[in-house]
Design a protein around this ligand. Sequence first.
Ligand SMILES: [Cu+2]
Length: 126
Amino acid sequence: MKYRQVLIVFAILAVSTIGVLILSSHRSMSPSNSSSNAAVSTSNVTIKNYMFSPAAIKVKVGTTVTWTNQDDVNHTVTADTTSSLAPSSMDIPDGQTYQFTFQHAGTYTYHCFPHPYMHGTIIVTS
Ligand SMILES: [Cu+2]
């Protein structure tokens, strides 16, 4: 009877130890998984190889974001929704920059007018 109780306690300990190990391994995996999708805290976006990099950034209200074109073709920063509160550049030639100051919190998605497959997102928080 005593031996059986010890066995049961041992079994419970073993199961809970395995459970903790599984949980902790999942927890250690999640940061690397989420960071690949998460918006980067920066106010600088590089345009290179027909991509906005980082594609998704996050800034505080009042931040001026600078886009720098490093391709030898013109790109634009054109908000998906037309609004005076959202960025809308003219052509940005190679080596030139465009700046926009975000005055309102929100999520701003944008693209490049000549290359609509180029996409970017700015998450502005108060
Ligand atoms: Cu472009």
